[in-house]
Design a protein around this ligand. Structure first.
Ligand SMILES: Nc1ncnc2c1ncn2[C@@H]1O[C@H](COP(=O)(O)OP(=O)(O)O)[C@@H](O)[C@H]1O
Ligand SMILES: [Mg+2]
Length: 1055
């Protein structure tokens, strides 16, 4: 009977990470029974609430018990691994016993806790091990009338390739997905290992994890972009009832969900590394489509076939499976957007309806299958002999299925087997044969493993160990396979207690500490070649890369010529003695923690030395740190969160840049990649955006051509580079068509500098002649530009001092004309960098639809430009006058290089007056883009000062208004006086105005303004002019103070 049930959705929020704690993060999630709320950190009143089947609060209220398990501290709502297993794991087991297929998916951004819930860490075992262990426990306690068959498989989907994590050999291009009428999609040739104990599964998982770790370094992939699928097939054979039940349990640790958005928003000439994202994107589409189906909408097509993952999960989504999704949430405010999107995703998944059925079939069918399989296996076992070939299990391939049916036809045979005795024998024999085959293979692997760990130097397992092992073996009734497994573990433990070793550190904590390389007595070479004592594969690691020497209790490391070895953040060139817990990076990015000889070891917790630690240390050695970046709003103990975010972006990208450089070198692409920190304040017209952003500067080694890539573009290109590199390793030519070459881009003009020219003078119809510094993105001077802003009449006659206005509002609804004259650009550093370079200057005024550019000037460090553009606001609006008063003109300096397109220096596309002047403040053009006039801003101290000055300006304006009234009054009175009325007393209002004036400008240069001059507009205007000019200087200084942190390292080198 089909059973309609919705996908069950659980959410779980993890504790803060160390990084989040350091950043003073706030928790934006709250949970109340099954409702989960998320607060918008920028708008705390804004709360969104979701209802899921289960909500796990694992954020706080826990303590570590003596085994390292996190358990509730006191009686509170903390949900540990046990609680999660209790609901979700038990649910899966129940389904399996009933004969339903079951699927468990973990979804969430990288670092949100997917693997913690699925696999677990140390004592905090996750769902997969617990489910497997409980399954075996239950099986072992059952009566013998039933027979149970459990197989285990483990695969990874990376870039639409399926990698068998249990197979020693990797097929180039991965395994193929095939479709079968009966069983749907399956992976052809995937190893399904028959298992008879939990220990065996533990071992397989360990092996798979090792495989995954090695694959990430050899393929330069990142586990955060791959999906891991563990499949357990559980078959129950009820011999009495002539019935079998079968359940397929899929346990899926999905790739980090965060990438989808970031790469979609990026425009790049090359399509995004789509294949990397394809599976997750398609999963999203399938879920959306199914959610629509559930709400009664007509959906024509559900795109299961679009990706590998959705093919394999077809039955889990909308099909024959009971499915649970666990959505992992990060609690931190900085992850708000991602977490919200995870919650929305989960909400959609909740709507999906599945139709799970019990997979039961009469044993008759099973017998047919068994017979065929049995025949096949016995012939294979016979053929295997002692040669010990490894055989991959093909029991699921469609071919064998077909054979099964063919061979099972004979009536007499069926009759024969139908007898109970025969059934039991047949089932057992077949299963035993399969187990035997798996055992055989394991033995081979075991001997290979022992050979690998007993190196050329030859170690002798001490008597104490071998005798203790012997005791274990002889006293136990363990199966030989198990004994072997335990002896490997014991041997590894013994090695760890005897020799110093390297412990791998991966970006993904789940893959850290998986590989151990022992440094035994004597010398020990490291490198890619199999002749080395320690074989290490990875980008930038050479055949023979370095040599360790372990003698007299000292361990030293010597890099081979030109081989990159970094110890504690510093590149070493000669022999270096290692200390316990030194950080060693070999090649581009293979990171290891050095664990010294036992005598040197301390009690210190090794978990401190995670991937972040390595990268921060590297960054610090290069002179890059949070302090150097500067925490704006000084006086705070903690760095500004946006600064921290940039810092973490930086250290995240650092290893990627290193790898890109290595690939560029090996593929002979001649490109050099460097990280740069760009100050966004430079492109804000009010100079008040304090954020910083990472960009990647790309330089061609020969032509010196330069490109600047955004972070998202770089990340996308890096995927594509990896793909190209992988194909190169597989023997393909890396010189691909340049249209599809991730290392190639057309030459473009590069943004090299920018200046702020405050427009306030124009609001008063005053001329401004400015020597503006063009600063590069790091706040350093790139060039100096001479620019004039000149108010003028409609026919271009420049205004003089007498045309000045006291109050910009006098210009309201009048025609306002001005000219921007760019005279020259001096000392352009860009032009010194290489020959064949030029510059162009661009700027955009108020509401113009596009930037205006000066004509290019080539190869002249001091570039004469001498270009003037006349602008007209035909009916000046309040907003425009406000813009002039509060904003700066952002003037960009563009670097031209050989072969690049010049920027269009015509006035095409702009609205012109009959006289040919450019129309600004066009009411039709002004839409939402009101030049950021009302943007709500955070006000740092300096900015507050600036605002204060602006307020003073306001006050001056008030004074001016009062004075003018007085002026009129005085004139009036004078007239009356002239006609014979003698008035001696000063009017009261005047004294008041002077008082206001004196108060407001007393600290400024305008003090000279005295009450005697109050009646003269021109005099006051002069004073105001001095004041505005001073203010302009202060503003400029303010901006520079804010942007230019002095260069301290190569990171800040100029473009
Ligand atoms: N519920 C939890 N309790 C304690 N620590 C957790 C929890 N969930 C995640 N973590 C920790 O957070 C880090 C990232 O978790 P992980 O599961 O590896 O993330 P993902 O697989 O989603 O990338 C790990 O160091 C892990 O130990
Ligand atoms: Mg993970």
């Amino acid at each position: 009977m089909p059973n309609v049930d919705s996908v069950k959705v659980a959410v779980r929020v993890r504790p803060f990470s160390q990084r989040e704690k350091d950043a003073g993060s706030k928790c934006v999630i709250s949970m109340d029974s099954n409702s989960t709320s998320i607060y918008d950190p920028r708008n705390p009143g804004h709360v969104k609430t979701f209802a899921f089947d289960l909500a796990y609060w694992s954020h706080s209220g826990f303590r570590k018990d003596e085994n390292g398990m996190l358990i509730p501290a006191g009686s509170n709502s903390y949900a540990g691994q046990r609680e999660v297993f209790h609901d979700l794991g038990q649910g899966v087991l129940q389904s399996a016993w009933q004969g339903y297929n079951a699927t468990l998916l973990a979804y969430g951004q990288t670092g949100s806790g997917k693997s913690y819930s699925m696999i677990g860490y140390g004592a905090n075992r996750g769902l997969v091990p617990s489910v497997c262990e409980e399954l075996f426990k239950a099986v072992q306690s059952q009566e013998k009338k039933q027979q149970y068959q459990i197989t285990f498989s483990m695969l990874e989907i990376y870039n639409e390739q399926v990698i068998d994590l249990l197979s020693k050999t990797r097929k180039p291009g991965g395994l193929k997905i095939r479709e079968d009428q009966q069983q749907g999609f399956y992976v052809d040739g995937l190893k399904l290992v028959p298992c008879d104990s939990y220990a065996q599964i533990e071992r397989l998982m360990h092996q798979g994890n090792k495989m995954r770790t090695t694959a990430t370094t050899t393929m330069n992939s990142s586990s955060s972009r791959s999906h891991m699928v563990i499949t357990i097939q559980f078959k129950q054979i009820f011999l009495d009832e002539a019935l079998t039940k079968q359940s397929v349990i899929n346990l899926v640790d999905l790739a980090g969900s965060e990438r989808q958005k970031s790469s979609r928003s990026e425009k790049d000439r090359l399509k995004e590394g789509t294949r990397v994202n394809l599976s997750l994107t398609t999963l999203g589409n399938v879920i959306s489509a199914l959610a629509e189906v559930a709400t009664g909408k007509k959906v024509l097509h559900i795109p299961y076939r679009d990706s590998v993952l959705t093919k394999l999960l077809q039955s889990a989504l909308g099909g024959n499976s009971r499915t649970i999704m666990i959505a992992a949430l990060s609690p931190a405010d900085i992850c708000y957007e991602e977490t919200l999107s995870t919650l929305r995703y989960a909400e959609r998944a909740k709507k999906i309806r599945n139709k799970a059925v019990v997979n039961a079939s009469p044993t008759e069918k099973l017998i047919t299958e068994l017979k065929a399989e049995n025949n096949k296996l016995s012939s294979r076992m016979a053929g295997l002999g002692s040669a010990g070939r490894s055989i991959s299990n093909e029991a699921r391939s469609s071919k064998s299925q077909a054979e099964v049916w063919e061979e099972g036809r004979t009536h007499t045979e069926l009759q024969l087997l139908a007898e109970s005795e025969g059934r039991i024998r047949s089932a057992q024999v077949t299963w035993e044969a399969r187990l035997e085959e798996a055992r055989h293979e394991w033995e081979q692997q075991f001997s290979a493993m022992t050979q690998a760990s007993v190196p050329a130097v030859g170690i002798v397992v001490p008597d104490a160990l071998s005798s203790s092992l012997l005791t274990v073996i002889s006293s136990s009734r363990m199966h030989p396979t198990k004994i072997m497994y335990f002896s490997i573990l014991a041997q590894e433990r013994w090695m760890m207690e005897t020799f110093p070793y390297l412990l791998n550190i991966n970006e993904d904590p789940q893959l850290s500490w998986v590989l151990k390389h022992f440094i035994q007595d004597g010398t020990c070479d490291v490198g890619q070649s199999t002749s080395n004592a320690i074989i290490l594969r990875g980008l930038g690691i050479l055949d023979k890369h370095a040599t360790f020497t372990n003698a007299d209790g000292r361990v030293t490391l010597v890099p081979q010529d030109k081989c990159k070895v970094v110890v504690n953040g510093v590149t070493i060139t000669g022999e270096t003695e290692l200390q316990h817990l030194d950080r060693v990076i070999l090649g581009s990015n293979s990171a290891y923690l050095y664990v010294g000889p036992p005598a040197e070891r301390t009690e210190e917790d090794l978990s401190r030395y995670d991937y972040d630690f390595f990268q921060s240390e590297l960054a610090a050695a290069e002179g890059f740190s949070v302090d150097k970046l500067g925490s704006v709003g000084s006086g705070q103990d903690r760095a500004d969160p946006s600064v921290l975010a940039v810092f973490h972006d930086y250290i995240k990208l650092m290893p990627l840049v290193e790898e890109a450089n290595q690939m560029s070198q090996e593929l002979r692409k001649d490109l050099k990649f460097e990280l740069k920190v760009k100050n966004l304040a430079l492109s804000d017209s009010r100079g008040n955006d304090l954020q910083k952003e990472i960009t990647v500067k790309v330089t061609h080694g020969i032509t010196q051509q330069v490109w600047v890539w955004s972070k998202a573009k770089f990340v996308n290109r890096k995927f594509l580079m990896e793909e190209l590199y992988q194909r190169f390793l597989e023997g393909e030519d890396p010189d691909v068509n340049r249209d599809s070459d991730p290392f190639w881009d057309p030459v473009e003009a590069v943004h090299v500098g920018c200046a702020h020219v405050w427009l306030q003078a124009l609001a008063y119809r005053m001329r401004l002649e400015e020597r503006a510094e063009l600063l590069n993105s790091e706040g350093l001077e790139e060039a100096v530009m001479l620019i004039n802003l000149s108010p003028c009449s409609s026919d271009g006659r420049l205004f003089g001092e007498n045309d000045m206005v006291i109050d910009p509002l006098e210009l309201l609804e009048r025609r306002v004309d001005f000219q921007i004259h760019i005279a020259e650009c001096l000392g352009v550093k860009w032009l010194r960098g290489a020959v064949g370079r030029g510059v162009q200057i661009g700027y955009r005024v108020y509401d113009l639809p596009r930037c205006l550019y000066t004509k290019p000037v080539w190869e002249s460090v001091n570039s004469k430009i001498e270009e003037t553009v006349h602008f007209s606001a035909l009916n000046a609006s309040y907003e425009f006058l406000n813009y002039l008063q509060k904003n700066a003109l952002i003037v960009d300096l563009w670097g031209l290089q050989e072969g690049c397109m010049e920027m269009d220096s015509s006035l095409d596309g702009l609205l012109l007056t009959a006289e040919g002047t450019v129309v600004v403040d066009n009411p039709k053009a002004l839409t939402a883009s009101n030049a950021g006039l009302d943007a709500a801003i955070e006000v740092p101290e300096l900015y507050r000062k600036l605002l204060q000055m602006e307020q003073e300006t306001e006050l001056l304006r008030e004074v001016n208004r009062a004075l003018r009234e007085e002026n009129a009054l005085l004139k009036d009175k004078l007239k009356k006086w002239d006609t014979g009325h003698h008035e001696k007393k000063k009017p009261e209002s005047l004294t008041k105005a002077v008082k206001v004036m004196k108060q407001s400008v007393s600290s400024r240069d305008a003090e000279e303004t005295s009450s005697q001059r109050t009646s003269s507009d021109a005099q006051l205007a002069k004073a105001l002019k001095t004041f505005y000019q001073n203010m302009s200087v202060v503003r400029q200084q303010f901006l520079q103070l804010k942007h230019s942190r002095p260069p301290v390292s190569p990171v800040f080198a100029t473009v």
